[in-house]
Design a protein around this ligand. Structure first.
Ligand SMILES: Cc1cc2nc3c(=O)[nH]c(=O)nc-3n(C[C@H](O)[C@H](O)[C@H](O)COP(=O)(O)O)c2cc1C
Length: 230
């Protein structure tokens, strides 16, 4: 049986990590809303340390840990990045035929908020670029679980954020700005800060609609019951 080498063990014990995160896991899971508006307070080193350490506890392919987390708090750098984030956001919208705010689908719950983040990115207290240290189709999925660990740990400390993606149109300039080598890949850009909007229960489709039992098209009765009672 292999054991974890001492230098790969976290200096933080599971017990002290739990003590540092006062929000219980169940509450964190069910209230992990995307936060896109932030209070201006900066994020302390200690909070970032806890969040990033938790992110590195995530699983990866064969425990390859092919990730690098570029944490950015420097105001000048965030201000230089904000127009690139906005450009990337609109590049993604144009790909689906949206060229202006007037084209937003009526009643869309997410787009106005995502647009708001793109318009106010200069106000983000911190951002984390979750990078894969290699490029290619296998590298990206190997680091994805770290994003959720990161956001859950942040939630545990009362800090919010959301996963966002960039767009190839800005890739070279973003790599230059943050010194990301060409052989690495920015997978997600995660703004972080103390929330200006509340955490709260997330809206999701009922369980019975998305869970099957044994076969794709066979309903899971227990899942339907759970949906009714929630
Ligand atoms: C892979 C991925 C990409 C996302 N990209 C963006 C993005 O570019 N901009 C943004 O504001 N939110 C982005 N989100 C956040 C989603 O819009 C958000 O998680 C979803 O609307 C659910 O919101 P809720 O958790 O507040 O209910 C992304 C989420 C995922 C998982």
């Amino acid at each position: 049986m292999s054991s974890t080498p001492a230098d790969e063990r976290s200096p933080t014990s599971p017990e002290s990590a739990a003590a540092r995160m006062p929000v219980p896991l169940g509450e964190a899971l069910y209230t992990l809303r995307a936060i896109r508006r932030f209070r201006p307070e900066p994020l302390p080193d200690e909070a970032l340390r806890t969040i990033l350490e938790a992110a590195t506890r995530a699983p990866s392919c064969g425990n390859s840990q092919g990730w690098r987390f570029v944490v950015v708090r420097d105001r000048a750098r965030i201000e230089a990045f904000a127009p690139l984030y906005r450009e990337a956001w609109w590049a993604k919208r144009r790909e689906v035929g949206i060229h202006s705010v007037e084209d937003f689908p009526a009643g869309h719950r997410v787009m106005p908020h995502a647009h708001d983040l793109a318009e106010h990115f200069t106000e983000v207290p911190a951002l984390v670029l979750l990078c894969a240290t290699e490029r290619g189709p296998d590298a990206e999925p190997c680091v994805v679980p770290a994003a959720q660990h990161l956001l859950l740990a942040a939630r545990g400390l009362g800090i919010g954020g959301t996963i966002t993606t960039l767009h190839p149109v800005v890739e070279e300039r973003v790599h230059d700005l943050f010194g990301v080598p060409p052989g690495a890949q920015i997978v997600y850009c995660i703004p972080l800060g103390y929330p200006a909007t509340p955490f709260g229960a997330v809206r999701r489709r009922p369980l019975g609609e998305v869970v099957a039992e044994e076969r794709w098209d066979a309903p899971a009765r227990w899942a339907e019951d759970a949906a009714r009672s929630s």
